[in-house]
Every structure is written in structure tokens, then in C-alpha cells.
Design a protein around this ligand. Structure first.
Ligand SMILES: [Mn+2]
Length: 424
């Protein structure tokens, strides 16, 4: 199915007067509102292809209906999100879950929906049917050079696929680690990983980036070979200028100060990619902003400060992506909620009075500094975010429009009840 401009207009028309009242008020309160709207319109958040179907847990998967069964249908789903919010203008593919048979056709479909291809993701955390050697004991860090070679070749194949699609980055997340003391020699595992990544790095085109993602635990419980930002940064520094650390919000131990990590990675010019989700305990992969919205705001506060310090563009300086798993809600609705939560946190962080904050810090004015941050966080910026959507030709209330148009019902009619999206 497709959403037409006329659908958007019919949704917006009865809501416009109420929106204008709310927007007029916030405009009178926030002098920089036009600059914030412009930033919001430019800010696009990539949607991962694996988040469009129902995710499972270790205990089961309760499949949704009308899931996208093919890559084309996944692209169409992201097209629906983008039509509703005009802020989801990119899709991130996962190889081999997404089989690209005809790159030209796939590219044409994406661009007809206003979408580009974000980072491509390799997968050496599962064994595939036709695969010769197993990744049970790891991939790029494996003790057997033949397994490492196979995993390196897979990443090179993914880069080549990405080149055909117009991607500009490769994300490597490794499930390499150990579950019992003594299982691994840490130093050798790290050095094997480094030399494997060096081979992959050598195949990166000039204008590409390599994102090294880390994760504190899972699937292994004693050690992860790239377990934290220090290990990722060490690899990125040794690899060279095209390699960066990728921060996934769910990949830290509980209560880690992620905003400080972000700040220091940007200080080094080594933060490259960002995965949004939220969690109560660890890698819960919940809707962005659903559990700790203040943390999300504080992270954006540091992202903006760091990006501005480097002179990097907010929209293009980092690869922004949602990395979540939806096993309770309709995945498309969950993604709409995540995008909106990210935009709200970003808009609030744009409102922080940075010169006043600097002055407060210079005077050790602890109360003043806290007040400045909380004043921005407690500003209801939803009418600003809605105005940005309105000006971009999107829906004033994307979730409401999704429900009113009965989009899921129509997708089930098109695709049937039993389609299952590839992924976890
Ligand atoms: Mn991730």
C-alpha cells in the first residue's frame, strides 16, 4: 500500500487549528524555534530492516501478521514510515537476512519512496545453511585462521553489496566472546580480531566508514572480545581514519554514563555510528525514550556539544539508526514512537542555553547548571516537532494516522497472516 499526499492532508486538516494554537505559544516562548525546526527537518533516522518484523525473546516468538516477507516489502514498510513522518529516509540492510538479487531494481524502489541505504550490516553471529565452517566459537577472533578468513570474506562481500546499493558504511558487530574463564586468551583474541578487521578495512572504498560496535555481554557471559568503548576505540585507532566506534544505547552495563562516553568519543573524533533503543536492565531493545527519556536528552546534549565542537553536521556527521526489537507492539507503530522520542530529545537538547551553561560551569554553579539542563528538558517541544513534520509534508500525528488508515489491516490483506520477516 501507499500513502498519498491527499491522505496526509485529510489527516492534518481537522487537526491544524489546535496545532497552530500550541505552536504559536511555544514560538512566543522559544526565540530560536525556526532554527530548531530546520534542524529537525534535516535529521533523518535510519530504520533497520530487521526491526520491521516481530522480534522474539529467548523463550519464543509471537509472530505478528502482515509482516514483510521480502526485501521489497521491507523497503515498502520503511516507505510508509517515511511518508507518515518524513524523518525515516534511510534503511539499513542486514546481509544475509536481506537477499539483494537485483540491486538496480531495489535501488529504484527505494528512491521512488524517498529512501537511501544506510550502513550495511554483516552477520557472523549465526551459521548460514551453505556455510562451510561454524561460528560457534567466534568469527573474526577465532583461533582457526580458516574461520577468520571465511568471516573476513563475508564482510568483504557485504561491502561489495553495499557499494551496489549506494551505502557508505559497514557496521561490524561481533558475537565473539567466551562464557567461561580460561576459554580464551584475551590478548590473542583481540589481536586476531584486529588483523581480521585490518583485512576488511583494506577493502573499504575511500569514502566509506567502518563502524566497530561493542557490547558488554550476550551472547557470551564471561567476556566479549569487543566489550566496551575502550576496546572499540583501541581497534578504531589502530585501524585508521575510516574506522569509528559505534555506540548502541543497550550495549552497556547497567547505569553506565553513556553521555560521558559519547562526549569523549567525539572529543577524539572517533564516534561514527549511533543505535537508538531503550532499556531497563541491559539490551532490552525497547522503544527509544520509553524508559529513560532524561538520559536520552542528556546524551543528545553531549552529542550536540561534541558535534558542534568538531564542526560536524548534526544530520550527516554520524550514522543515526534505530536498533530495537519489537515483540509486544506493532513494529511500525513502535518505530514511529521511537523516531518521535528521538526528535523530542534532540529538539530539547537544541534548546539548552550553552553559553549560560558554560558560565555556570566556570563558576562552579552546580544549581545553575542543573537548572539550565532541566529547563530545556521540561520544555514541551512536541508542537515544534509537529510543525517540522507539517512543513515537510508529513502527518501531524503519525501514530494516529497509522491507526486511522488501518495500515496493518491493509498490509494483512495484501500479504496474508502468515508472512514472517527474516531476522532474529
Ligand atoms: Mn546495535
Amino acid at each position: 500500500m501507499k500513502i498519498h499526499n491527499q491522505d496526509i492532508e485529510s489527516h492534518n486538516a481537522p487537526r491544524i487549528a489546535k496545532h497552530q494554537r500550541a505552536f504559536q505559544y511555544i514560538r512566543s516562548e522559544v526565540p530560536e524555534v525556526e532554527a530548531v525546526i530546520e534542524r529537525l527537518q534535516q535529521f533523518q533516522i535510519a530504520i533497520p530492516s530487521w526491526a520491521l518484523g516481530t522480534g522474539g525473546t529467548r523463550f519464543g516468538r509471537f509472530s505478528g501478521k502482515g509482516e514483510p516477507g521480502t526485501l521489497e516489502q521491507k523497503i515498502e514498510d520503511v516507505g510508509l514510515l517515511h511518508a507518515l513522518n518524513q524523518s525515516s529516509g534511510a534503511i539499513s540492510l542486514h546481509i544475509p537476512w536481506d537477499n539483494v538479487d537485483d540491486a538496480t531494481k531495489v535501488k529504484e524502489l527505494a528512491s521512488s519512496l524517498g529512501l537511501s541505504f544506510d550502513a550495511v550490516n554483516s552477520n557472523t553471529f549465526q551459521d548460514q545453511d551453505a556455510q562451510e565452517l561454524s561460528y560457534k566459537f567466534g568469527s573474526l577472533h577465532h583461533v582457526d585462521p580458516a574461520v577468520r578468513k571465511q568471516a573476513v570474506q563475508h564482510n568483504i562481500d557485504v561491502i561489495n553489496r553495499g557499494i551496489e546499493l549506494g551505502s557508505k558504511s559497514l557496521t561490524v558487530w561481533l558475537a565473539d566472546g567466551s562464557s567461561f574463564p580460561g576459554q580464551l586468551n584475551f590478548r590473542e583474541a583481540f589481536q586476531n580480531t584486529l588483523s581480521s578487521l585490518q583485512e576488511i578495512y583494506a577493502h573499504l572504498p575511500e569514502d566509506w566508514k567502518l563502524f566497530v560496535e561493542y557490547k558488554a555481554f550476550e551472547p557470551f557471559f564471561y567476556s566479549m572480545t569487543i566489550g566496551d568503548w575502550g576496546q572499540s576505540l583501541l581497534l578504531a585507532n589502530k585501524l585508521g581514519p575510516k574506522a569509528y566506534t559505534l555506540v548502541d544505547l543497550g550495549h552497556h552495563l547497567p547505569n553506565a554514563n553513556i553521555e560521558q562516553i559519547v562526549s569523549l568519543l567525539l572529543m577524539e573524533g572517533k564516534l561514527g555510528g549511533f543505535h537508538f533503543n531503550d532499556s531497563k536492565y541491559s539490551d532490552d531493545d525497547l522503544t527509544a525514550g520509553s524508559i529513560k527519556p532524561y538520559q536520552l536528552f542528556l546524551i543528545f546534549n553531549e552529542l550536540i556539544d561534541g558535534l558542534d565542537h568538531l564542526g560536524w553536521d548534526h544530520a550527516t556527521g554520524l550514522g543515526w539508526m534505530i536498533d530495537a526489537s519489537h515483540n509486544m507492539k506493532d513494529p511500525l507503530v513502535d518505530l514511529l514512537q521511537s523516531v518521535e522520542a528521538i526528535q523530542i530529545a534532540y529538539a530539547q537538547a537544541l534548546l539548552v542555553n550553552r553559553s549560560a551553561l558554560k558560565q555556570a560551569q566556570a563558576k562552579n554553579d552546580v544549581v545553575g547548571a542543573q537548572e539550565i539542563l532541566q529547563d530545556a528538558f521540561r520544555t514541551d517541544v512536541r508542537p515544534i516537532v509537529a510543525e517540522a513534520r507539517l512543513r515537510s509534508g508529513a502527518a501531524l500525528q503519525p501514530v494516529r494516522m497509522f491507526n486511522d488508515l488501518e495500515i496493518r489491516k491493509r498490509l494483512i490483506e495484501e500479504r496474508g497472516e502468515n508472512t514472517v520477516a527474516t531476522g532474529l
